[in-house]
Design a protein around this ligand. Structure first.
Ligand code: COA
Length: 144
């Protein structure tokens, strides 16, 4: 079965799958979960999901920072689907979407364990390391 990348509407059943996946990959391992306030703020974001048939195996969000810059957030690939190029495809689709919306820069806060992944896709570290949700991170950005 082939992977299909689709835009997801906030509040839809697919958004429910997205939150479940993000909880599983990004929050539960840290003993955390999303608050309803956090999720409500995502209604203006662009949500992309990678689907294998009806199953969501990857996702990410794009959030407006200003007229030029979008922030890529919540990049998560299911454990069973990692290392198969799905993250690369999701990021490429997000970049196309961002360009089409007139953005010229994507920025993100990369977990230290994911810096090599984003570097391969052309993102550059900027600034000093910092801690977020107990994990070491670095800001990265790419000019589109
Ligand atoms: C990091 C993550 C998004 C990468 O997605 P993925 O689908 O597994 O990555 P891909 O298969 O598209 O990999 C693309 C390239 O990056 C490399 N890569 C992927 N993850 C990597 C990592 N953690 N460290 C180093 N290289 C990595 C791959 O080897 C591949 O390189 P290649 O093209 O030379 O073969 C995914 O593994 C994940 O969700 N991890 C857990 C959650 C997480 O850390 N999210 C990011 C938070 S900032």
């Amino acid at each position: 079965m082939t992977i299909e990348i689709l835009e997801i509407q906030h509040g839809s059943p697919e958004y429910g799958l997205e939150v479940t996946l993000r909880n599983k990959i990004l929050r539960q391992p840290l003993g955390l979960h999303f608050s309803s306030d956090e999720l409500a703020k995502e209604c203006f974001d662009i949500h992309l999901g990678a689907f294998l048939g009806p199953a969501m195996v990857g996702c990410l969000l794009l959030r407006r920072v200003n007229a030029h810059t979008a922030k890529m957030r919540q990049v998560a690939i299911d454990v069973s689907a990692q290392g198969r190029g799905i993250g690369r495809r999701l990021v490429a689709t997000a970049e196309e979407r961002a360009r089409a919306m007139g953005y010229t820069v994507i920025e993100l806060n990369a977990r230290a364990t994911a810096i090599a992944f984003y570097s391969k896709l052309g993102y550059e570290v900027c600034g000093e390391p910092f801690t977020e949700l107990t994990l070491a991170h670095q800001k990265m950005r790419k000019i589109l």
